[in-house]
Design a protein around this ligand. Structure first.
Ligand SMILES: [Zn+2]
Ligand SMILES: [Zn+2]
Length: 348
């Protein structure tokens, strides 16, 4: 194997696009790590934030770094302590690299590990020919799952995790926001046995896709009366659960008002500023439960997502965007900036 590789680098702690390099050292693995020959890596909203160097990036990213965390490929080397992975295994990666030792890790909550490292943010990631990661952060892929589909587990897993947290089986559910993660949440709700899924968004094209992914009813909340529709469909009491993917204060409040008394609201989308709510009337008097989710439950969400993917509702082609070579990363960024939807894939 050659000692150098091609890859992208976030060079400095300032706004600026990733720089293509062909002289990066191939990562040397530690005893508990594996080396992955990357097949493809999807571009995340987080990568766009790293390029723009917003607040979050300034706190969590330490340049120079190889970004990219939604990836899949083949294991080409394993560290000496690694027993349950071998050369040739096809894997995807959990980007929340948990320490395995803190309170949260030892209580089945590795996704909110106190010492979490972020693949492609705080440690080198996968916009490169090779990437290293602890074996414990790799997910073995079934032969039936393509590398491209495997790149979707990390980003869309949040939608699946949202549906898990809402415990949707036999329930009426509202999903607010029908981008790729919302569409995944819609299909997860249906796959997990929700009785009725109402999807809302402001864009009709997205609502069409939500229907194809299993939504029973769609509402354009810009034009239609969301709460009125929800009450009509639920005998006047509201949905058992609402899942917010938008992170928009107005949508979170609208969703909360659609939840029945003693129902549950799950927040998945990240508001960029504090959200004001009427806790007295919308939450406390009505005994509504409000919760958030971060990333994916390791590995429950991953195995659940495999079920969603193989189920009758999820449609990969509806969430997938265009494919680009590593050298053409800039074109993919331009496509995203121009508003093109779907996850863009980068091939090293
Ligand atoms: Zn991501
Ligand atoms: Zn931990």
């Amino acid at each position: 194997m050659s000692k150098t590789m091609r890859g992208l680098v976030k060079q400095s702690a300032a706004p600026g696009e990733f720089v293509f390099r062909d002289d990066l050292p191939v990562p040397e693995i530690g005893d508990d790590e594996v080396l992955i020959k990357v097949h493809c890596t999807a571009i995340c909203g987080t990568d766009m934030h790293i390029i723009e160097w917003e607040d979050w990036s300034q706190k969590h990213v330490q340049p120079p770094i190889i970004p990219g965390h939604e990836t899949a490929g083949d294991i080409v080397a394993v560290g000496r302590n690694v027993k349950d992975r071998k050369v040739g295994d096809r894997v995807s990666c959990e980007s929340h690299i948990a320490c395995g030792e803190c309170y949260f890790c030892t209580h089945g909550l590795g996704q909110i590990c106190k010492n979490v490292k972020l693949f492609g943010c705080s440690v080198d990631g996968a916009f490169a020919e090779y990437a290293k990661i602890p074996a414990a952060s790799t997910f073995l892929l079934d032969d039936a799952i393509s590398y491209e589909a495997a790149c979707m587990f990390e980003p869309m897993g949040a939608g699946v995790h949202g549906a898990e947290a809402a415990e949707v089986e036999g329930k009426t559910v509202l999903v607010s926001g029908c981008g790729p993660i919302g569409l995944t949440a819609v299909s997860a709700c249906k796959t997990f046995g929700a009785k009725l899924v109402i999807a809302c968004d402001l864009v009709d094209d997205r609502l069409e896709m939500a229907k194809k992914m299993g939504a029973d009813v769609t509402v354009n909340s810009g034009r239609e009366d969301l709460r009125g529709t929800v009450l009509k469909l639920t005998d006047g009491i509201g949905v058992d659960a609402a899942i917010d993917i938008t992170g928009a204060g107005a949508a979170i409040n609208a969703g909360l008002k659609c939840v029945r008394a003693a129902g549950r609201m799950v927040c998945v989308g990240l508001p960029t500023k504090p959200v004001t709510m009427d806790l007295t009337n919308d939450l406390i008097y009505r005994e509504v439960e409000l919760t958030g989710i971060s990333g994916r439950r390791i590995w429950e969400t991953w195995t659940d997502f495999a079920k969603v993917m193989n189920g009758p509702y999820f449609q990969l082609d509806l969430v997938m965007g265009r494919r680009f070579a590593l050298e053409d990363f800039h074109q993919a960024v331009e496509a995203i900036r121009s508003g093109e939807t779907g996850k863009m894939l980068i091939y090293p």
